[in-house]
Ligand binder design. Sequence first.
Ligand SMILES: [Zn+2]
Length: 302
Amino acid sequence: MKYNWSIIGHEKQLAQIENDISSGNLAHAYLLAGPNSVGKNTVARKLAGILQCENDFCHSCNACLQVEKGCHVDTVVFEDNGESIKIEEVRRIMERLNMTRQAQYKILLIQSLERMRTEAANSFLKMLEEPPERTIFIMTTDNVRVILPTILSRVRVVKFNSVSNSYLRDKLKQLYPKSEAETIETVSLLSLGKTGKAVHLMEHPDSLANYLKTYHDIQNFLAYRSVSERFSYIEEMLEDPLRIETFMNILTHVLRSKMLEPGRQGGGKIYAKALSKIDEAAMLLRQNINVRLVLENLMLQI
Ligand SMILES: [Zn+2]
């Protein structure tokens, strides 16, 4: 690699992006697509840093530091705040960017592009068709299936995947040589091959403790027989929406590892079905459908 990305995995994707830069074949719009928490937003931010830094991404000049902190005047981040993306806001920021003349590029980082509704996306299409000079869109999505085909045809899609457990464990060992083997083992198991999640858990012990607690909760939860016990667990979860994502992730993990247990035979199918129900529920949750209803339905089906 030419640049110091400090990212676990995704070598092929990063090499592709580097090649676009070095061959002068940079697209004016990138869409980094793949599962959540594999590090797409981190890659997006680092790509912005590479483009804005004049010293091959030195990590120490003003441009590098400002992009990293999110305060670079010509690099605007639309963070995923859970709300839909308003096209007027994109337009307003583009206009402002056009008035400054400081950096190499004007960069718009748009997280979770699926937050853009159809009407906004149609207006956005025009911006993609006639991009102002030196303007680069770097966008991410967890759900490329809901992005309009007309948008997809005007962006360069880079697909990201999760990595294997053993790969992740090896990388974490290299990255955190002082960490205990047990911590690394737990993190590589719980992060489901999602490198961004793994790094987050390694660097935030309280998140890891939370994750572990949910993991044990779920083991208990699956042993609950009665619907009312399960529903009251949901009730508890609804008070803290952040727990829901963790819950869904770890539930996926637990069911997947149960599916792979030796001697499962006929059980495999049941777990595969439960996993597809979880995927379905996760999709509904992203669409802001009644959260309680989605979770209760899910509980009745696993
Ligand atoms: Zn720099």
